[in-house]
Design a protein around this ligand. Structure first.
Ligand code: FE
Length: 251
């Protein structure tokens, strides 16, 4: 299993990929959790499901105490992201950032304290947290969720993309970064064809993302993209037929 990796380190700012967490079932999808440390405070992105919560906490404690977690970012509403949230809300006093269109559905996870939730506008927005950390929330709607948000950290130039770029690699593959995108396609193609809504949504997203100065694209599952693999990935995505594009409609 892959170990924690510091993707970016400066004096008061670190961006860490936490040890990949396994949900415990053979066919459950492992997930990446990302921790930004800024002036001693932590922001945890896509904290994970209920079963992985103790594992994620264990890794996180190497860097920061739960009382110093200032924000939790949810890329969308799925169980592998939100399932452990009730415990995180109890352990921390963090605010929770999620698309505004999912806010009123989240109490169904047994969540109370919705006053700590901050709804991100459909067109995206920039937020500055108490530590001074600035995160830019970039809309990624229909990829795959109708209310999907990405988070861009302008200091590390890392874009956290949730399910965009996700892949399912063999368990003995501990690579942090995709080295050869053509070889990697076998692990990511079906996921995008099946889970992403349409080529129109993909093109809109690629156009937005190309305006940003990005060193690393960091998805919630599987290895990350940088350098040539990042360019190859964006080019591939721009032309991909997926989701509703693949439905055959008969008159
Ligand atoms: Fe998802």
């Amino acid at each position: 299993m892959r170990k924690n990796v510091a993707l970016y380190t400066a004096e008061n700012h670190r961006f860490i990929l936490l040890n990949e967490s396994e949900p415990g079932e053979e066919d459950g999808i492992p997930s990446n959790q990302f921790l930004i440390l800024h002036n001693g405070k932590g922001t945890l992105m896509d904290p994970g499901g209920f079963g992985v919560m103790p594992q994620v906490l264990n890794e996180l404690l190497q860097y920061v105490q739960p009382s110093d977690i200032e924000a939790l970012v949810l890329s969308h509403q799925d169980p592998d992201i939100v399932g452990g949230l009730t415990t995180w809300l109890r352990l921390t006093s963090a605010e929770v950032y999620v698309s505004k269109i999912w806010q009123r559905f989240l109490p169904h996870y047994g969540i109370t304290g919705m006053d700590r939730f901050v709804g991100i506008q459909d067109e995206g927005e920039t937020r500055v947290f108490g530590s001074g950390l600035e995160l830019q929330f970039i809309p990624a709607h229909f990829l795959h969720s109708p209310g999907q948000i990405n988070a861009y950290d302008p200091i590390s130039k890392i874009l956290f993309t949730g399910d965009i770029g996700a892949s399912e690699v063999p368990q003995d593959n501990c690579e942090v970064f995709v080295e050869d995108f053509q070889a990697h396609l076998a692990h990511t193609e079906w996921f995008h064809q099946r889970y992403m809504a349409s080529n129109r949504a993909l093109r809109y997203w690629v156009q937005q993302v190309r305006k940003l100065d990005i060193d690393i694209i960091a998805p919630q599952h599987g290895p990350l993209y940088r350098g040539q693999a990042k360019e190859d990935f964006l080019n591939w995505l721009y032309d991909l037929q997926c989701g509703s594009d693949l439905l055959t409609v008969r008159d």
